[in-house]
Design a protein around this ligand. Structure first.
Ligand SMILES: [Fe+2]
Ligand SMILES: [Fe+2]
Length: 469
């Protein structure tokens, strides 16, 4: 089904034939727009931004490019096409037909999962609220706004499910999604990482690399869900999510590149000398990585989780790319877990969070390897590395246990003393902030970041991606 843009809410879910649902969503729409004006990108409401908008969910339709003022962006409801005769791919109901409605006994579990996913989407827009003011280029400014409008659309995707399948409770949850705010002392966002400020662009690139990648894995596991509308929603969200991680990977890569160019120019790898020349030294990049990677690891939850086991058993949430596994039931399988007390065998179903976290870590490593190739080609010994998953954890078996970045347990005193070596210190943050000055001449880049290899949608790098009216 193609998407009808003449409707107030563009959609491919035949909203026009469900008047009650349509009215409920039209009632929520102005509240969303109020939220966007207040909490969305600061100061850019009148700018023309070169954005992609989905006009269909197929390969041709999902990316149509053009200049748009963000408040006029057509946020809509798009589900990937229905796969005929789709059956449950995992758990106790393996092989049975998937559900088009939420089974009553799973209602509260599904609602909690959808609300938790939904909460992250506006949270990240709030975290990035003021970033546009210090953009390193128009190209980057455009990418920030693309990510922001799509996170707004992901909120719409979850709100649609809440309205369409959870009645009054769902409508109340949809309101709450606009009333919690990132970092708010009284009503914070649900998950920790989404309350961390993103006040500089290095953090933004780390966030889109590490935290949007957590999003990718959550969406992949929900794309396996036995509740078909949720699975189809997440499948379409994944196509958009890929660009967010691209922004992160290329963003960090360009900061690394500029750092290497500076080292060559000045003939030194002394961090202070590099900083004096307005670039970010590699050890600082490593500390930012340590911070965002470890924070994102917590998003997967405890290593051993009866909740995860029951989500898997009942068909709510599968493993990312479930088809890669032989055993989709996992009734007798065990998983060997690393705990501070040594190795421990646990039931596979109880270890689903950890299974997911390990696939995530592997995926994170790919980009790190590419960044390191740049460093190696430039002839330097330094290598970036993901810290151990036991380092700086706040959730699960390793929570609160002081270790070094390699995961070796150390005393609390040493941990506290050496923390500034491992995650950004006040002075690292102050330095990175000092570089954040806005550059808005088409094609020009801030001094701390190299230009991208190519522009968006085959346009030149110096295209005027954002016209600031
Ligand atoms: Fe998202
Ligand atoms: Fe995202």
């Amino acid at each position: 089904m193609s998407i009808n843009y003449s409707e107030r809410i563009p959609n491919n879910v035949d909203l026009a034939n469900d008047r009650t649902l349509q009215r409920a969503l039209e009632h929520w729409q102005p509240k969303f727009l109020d939220w966007w004006r207040e909490m969305g990108p600061s100061d850019f409401a009148s700018a023309d931004v070169y954005l992609r908008t989905a006009v269909g969910v197929d390969a041709q339709g999902w990316a149509s490019y053009g200049a748009v003022k963000m408040p006029d962006y057509r946020w809509g409801i798009f589900l990937a096409d229905r796969a005929p005769d789709r059956t449950m791919g995992f758990g106790d109901h393996f092989g049975e037909p998937v559900w088009q409605q939420v089974p009553g006994e799973l209602r509260s579990q599904f609602r909690r999962i959808i609300v938790t996913q939904g909460d992250t989407e506006p949270a990240s827009v709030e975290q990035q609220h003021r970033l546009g003011l210090t953009c390193p280029s128009l190209y980057d400014l455009r990418n920030l706004f693309q990510v922001n409008v799509e996170e707004g659309r992901h909120l719409w995707a979850m709100v649609y499910l809440l309205h369409a399948h959870f009645g009054r409770d769902g409508r109340e949850e949809a309101e709450e999604l606009l009333s919690r705010h990132s970092g708010d002392v009284d009503k914070p966002r649900i998950l920790g990482t989404f309350n961390e400020p993103i006040s500089d662009w290095l953090s933004f690139f780390m966030f889109t690399y590490f935290t949007d990648r957590d999003g990718k894995f959550q969406l992949k596991s929900l794309a396996e869900s036995g509740f078909d509308p949720l699975a189809r929603t997440c499948r379409f969200m994944l196509t958009e999510e890929a660009h967010h991680m691209f922004v992160g990977e290329t963003g960090v890569g360009r900061v690394v590149k500029r750092s290497l160019e500076t080292m060559k120019e000045i003939g030194s790898d002394d961090p202070q000398a590099i900083r004096n020349h307005g670039a970010i030294d590699l050890p600082t990049i490593q500390r930012y990585m340590n911070f965002w990677f470890t924070s994102s690891l917590d998003l997967f939850g405890s290593e051993v989780s009866s909740n995860a086991a029951s989500s898997f058993a009942s068909g709510i949430k599968g493993r990312p790319d479930e088809t890669q596994y032989q055993d989709h039931i996992c009734n007798d399988a065990t998983f060997t877990l690393e705990t501070p007390q040594g190795q421990k065998a646990v039931s596979m179903r109880n270890a689903m969070n950890e299974v997911m976290r390990q696939s995530y870590i592997k995926d994170c490593e790919l980009g790190v390897r590419r960044w390191n190739m740049q460093i190696q080609r430039a002839g330097h010994e330094f290598r970036l590395a993901l810290p151990s998953p036991h380092f700086r954890r706040s959730i699960g078996a390793w929570a609160g246990l002081p270790t070094d970045p390699q995961g070796k347990p150390i005393g609390r005193e040493e941990y506290d003393r050496r923390t500034p070596e491992w995650i950004p210190s006040e002075s690292d943050r102050a330095f990175v902030h000092s570089l954040m000055k806005r550059v808005i001449e088409p094609g020009k880049m801030a001094g701390w970041i190299a230009p991208p290899d190519r522009g968006i949608n085959n346009l030149a790098v110096d295209y005027e991606y954002v016209r600031l009216n």
